[in-house]
Design a protein around this ligand. Structure first.
Ligand SMILES: Cc1cc2nc3c(=O)[nH]c(=O)nc-3n(C[C@H](O)[C@H](O)[C@H](O)COP(=O)(O)OP(=O)(O)OC[C@H]3O[C@@H](n4cnc5c(N)ncnc54)[C@H](O)[C@@H]3O)c2cc1C
Length: 327
């Protein structure tokens, strides 16, 4: 008898493009499925994105399951949790993998609660341990350390994979030919208790995909100086980011926050100006290939991570860098 399936669950709420993080989650799903000789299914509540079957095949999925209902057309937490719980009760997956984002933070623990399953958030990997059981590794304490959880004792497990935890890797040996099942969940009696008041800004290039990021922190001194960050980012062909305090202060939009509770990035170059290097900030940028830091405190923690460090006043150094980058 085949092992219980590994299910990767992602959604985008529209047909445009493959959901962010789906390829990474499918990569992890395939690794676990092949290590446990289980089928890999890609579960999509709501609209099936264009190219879903091609992507599923490229990443080695055995099939795509679409949950179809008018209530799933856009993200609605109560309907999504009910639909996913119904699906899991039917299919008994050994493992459900989500790509962690704001909406999956709401859904994954609630789904686990409904199923009596174990849940691991901030996951960075799942592998077969020495004893033959599954082990999930998760980032903990603001990214300072990693925890390894033995997945045993619960009927199934839910893991949310942190953004940029791994690189997408298509299946070796060419694409599979997955079929698509359309499933109508029973959503009678589900009442949506969460109302979306305002959609977060999502247009334009994303920090998570940027090759070059220039970020500013409290050391900039005031909101009027953030333009130096934007100008240097533009001159280098990159995007501007920020530490959390200056987002909280309202200097910049929250979509620009880098860190544990912001964006997890993996650029080639991360330039941090007036940022101390707290672990919660570094959780969002320590995967950068090269970190350059400007800080007037030579003992600032950021210099422990930086390949190049400039000790000095960022209000003097940034204009020089902008001039040089524009030449
Ligand atoms: C649960 C939790 C989640 C969090 N999530 C995040 C997150 O996602 N992202 C995040 O960023 N933070 C996060 N934080 C906050 C984090 O702990 C730090 O407080 C924050 O990152 C500090 O921001 P900062 O470096 O801009 O400010 P500060 O810590 O105040 O550092 C400012 C730095 O600027 C330097 N400086 C001052 N003036 C100048 C100057 N003129 N020129 C050069 N250098 C100068 C100082 O020496 C100092 O090192 C989180 C905290 C918690 C508890």
């Amino acid at each position: 008898m085949a092992a219980n399936p590994v299910v990767v669950c992602t959604w985008s709420g529209s047909q445009d493009g493959i959901p962010v993080g789906a390829e990474e989650a499918l990569t992890l799903g395939r690794r676990v499925a092949s290590a446990t000789e289980a089928p890999l299914r890609w579960l999509v509540p709501g609209p099936l994105p264009e190219g879903a079957l091609e992507t599923a095949g490229r990443f080695g999925a055995d099939g795509v399951d679409q949950l179809e209902d008018a209530a799933l057309e856009s993200f609605s937490p109560d309907a999504y949790v009910a639909a996913l719980a119904g699906y899991c009760q039917q299919e008994s997956p050994a493992l459900v993998i989500f790509s962690q984002a704001a909406d999956t933070r709401v859904v994954a623990p609630r789904l686990a609660g409904r199923l009596g399953a174990g849940v691991v958030m901030n996951g960075v990997g799942v592998a077969v341990g020495e004893g033959g059981g599954l082990e999930a590794t998760a980032s903990a304490y603001g990214g300072d350390t990693q925890m390894v959880y033995e997945l045993s004792g619960a009927p199934s497990y839910v893991v949310a994979l942190a953004a940029n935890a791994l690189l997408p890797e298509p299946a070796e040996g060419g694409p599979t030919q997955p079929g698509c099942r359309s499933i109508s969940p029973d959503l009678a009696g589900v009442e949506e208790r969460v109302r979306v008041v305002e959609q977060a800004r999502t247009e334009g290039p994303r920090l998570e995909d940027a090759e070059i990021i220039v970020s500013g922190g409290r050391g900039l001194g005031g909101p009027e100086n953030y333009k130096l960050i934007e100008q240097l980012a533009e001159a280098l062909g990159g995007l501007a980011g920020a530490s959390r305090p200056i987002v909280d202060e309202g200097w910049v939009d929250s979509s620009q926050q880098v860190g544990l509770t912001g964006k997890i990035t993996r650029p080639a170059l991360y330039l941090a100006a007036g940022i101390s290097g707290a672990s919660q900030h570094m959780a969002g940028c320590s995967a950068a290939k090269t970190i350059v830091a400007i800080n007037r405190d030579p003992d600032a923690a950021i210099f422990r991570y930086a390949r190049y460090g400039l000790v000095g006043d960022c209000l003097e150094i940034l204009p020089e860098l902008i001039r040089a980058a524009r030449q």
